[in-house]
Design a protein around this ligand. Structure first.
Ligand code: PCA
Length: 152
């Protein structure tokens, strides 16, 4: 079966706290295609008591967001869905991404937060996520079920 392309912008990126999910062979296969930027603007904010990065499903607000595109097999895709609690927390949708190296626009899966409280739109909107950025909101790994976005 055909592999999928997924765009990651948060803790799954290289050098970020959940990147090991993508490289752990137990989770399936993944291959870095390259850096990319969203064609659409989105609010990328850091929220919840765990300082989680969220791309809010509010296209047109915020910045063109930078991240990485990976080719993943079916097994990896379903493991990423578990990590992201798709579809209860993040919802995985197809979106257009522009590859940095070639300028080519491709369709990839991307995890967006659809059911968010409006106050999240008042948070600073980033164009790229780094857990250890100058914002000081370092990611806190948690086993908690965040499946009710009302709590964020
Ligand atoms: N992980 C996914 C969505 C947000 C997050 O922390 C990602 O890196 O794209």
């Amino acid at each position: 079966m055909a592999n999928d392309l997924v765009f990651v912008y948060g803790t799954l990126k290289e050098n970020e706290p959940n990147h090991h999910w993508l490289t752990d062979k137990e989770n399936g296969e993944s291959k870095l295609i390259g850096k990319a930027t969203t064609q659409e603007r989105y609010p990328l904010v850091i929220a919840s008591k765990y300082n989680i990065p969220f791309l809010l499903a509010a296209p047109g607000k915020g910045e063109h967001v930078e991240g990485e595109v990976y080719e993943v097999d079916e097994k990896m895709m379903s493991n990423l869905d578990i990590l992201e609690e798709h579809p209860k927390l993040y919802e995985r949708k197809k979106d257009k991404l522009k590859l940095e190296a070639t300028g080519e626009v491709i369709e990839c899966w991307i995890y967006l937060l659809h059911k968010y409280k409006p106050h999240l739109l008042d948070l600073p909107m980033l164009n790229a996520y780094f857990s250890r950025g100058s914002h000081g909101k370092t990611y806190i790994a948690s086993e908690d079920d965040l499946s009710d976005p009302e709590n964020i």
